[in-house]
Design a protein around this ligand. Sequence first.
Ligand code: C5P
Length: 401
Amino acid sequence: MRLAGKKIVLGMTGGIACYKIAELTRMLGKAGADVQVVMTQAATQFITPVTMQALSGNTVFADQWDTRIPNNMPHIDLTRDADAIVIAPCSTDFMSKLAHGACDDLLSTLCIARPSGIPLLIAPAMNVEMWQNAATQRNATLIKADGIQMMGPVSGEQACGETGMGRMLEPDQLFSEIVATFQKKSLTGKQILITAGPTFEPIDPVRGITNLSSGKMGYAIAQAAWEAGAQVTLVSGPTALSAPYGVRRIHVQTAQQMHDAVMTQLQIQNPQVFIAVAAVADWRVANASDQKLKKTSESNTPQLKFIQNPDILALVAALPNAPYCVGFAAESENLLQYGAAKRVKKNIPLLVGNIGHHTFGKEDNELVLFDANGYVQLPRADKQTLAIQLIDELAQRLVSA
Ligand code: C5P
């Protein structure tokens, strides 16, 4: 329930992308938001107010002179208790109205009349030529300068059959942007490099050794860091998870590949923070076969030999000008004792401990944060909640580091 208690005024303007806003409305409602839909007359040509009322559970407003509001001032009353106004889809025409302060219908008047503290987010959706038109680009510059947040557009296939910039973000991407609006921007301007997931160490071309890490904790931390305003790169071992919106993901398989990708990204990006969440295999098979090992008789059991993988976190922490390093420790017992000792051994400022077999693959977790001053416990919660708390704790330590 990422949006529990939030009231969102969802303004819809004329565009074929209106059909996608039905889905967004459901997502916002499921996340706990109270959604108040306001439509322009053009929007009602694309999807009916009946549909939007049924999905939002609230009466839809489309007319400035609507007598259902007791004082007949819907442009004032609808936003006074709002936490955000989202215009999706936002047409070329409506961008022009926002840029120039027009107020000739309910939605544009409501935007002008909004209290200054309420964030206004727009999701432009239009044909590529309309987007590239000099007038639209001028309007986009004015809109941004006024502090209105643009969500997209992106380049892609368009309803008209053409391809290019102007396509609206997908509903789940808009949802991520809206959720992020309400997060504390404690990591704005920071580059963060994160490892996540298991590694896979081949035995032969079809077999390998891996572990039970699902990647959920690392992915949740990557998402929370992006929501807090950071630019995030995620170096991920094999997982079934989609990349969190806004996060750049690099796929790797083995510990050595993860090491190489991390070292390359350190060079390219010079991140301020490195968070090693991945469950990296300590050893790889030294005598891995190029061909599938065959069971030719009852007695030909393969004899695997192992060599140690590089300790990515320890190597990064030992670099001159190392980023602020955060490590994870998955222990099976004695977490308080082992966690504190591991932080010192790895020579890192912050280590996050958890009980490995209580968390691998699960939706929730509990964490203990070890730093030079002792430890702080984050009680059991879902991984997203813990990730947000961890990012908050990290941001505080970066300020004092
Ligand atoms: O020593 P241990 O494997 O318990 O340390 C765990 C921490 O070190 C985690 O942050 C993990 O991502 C990181 N690690 C690593 N490279 C390895 C092994 C662990 O970065 N080869």
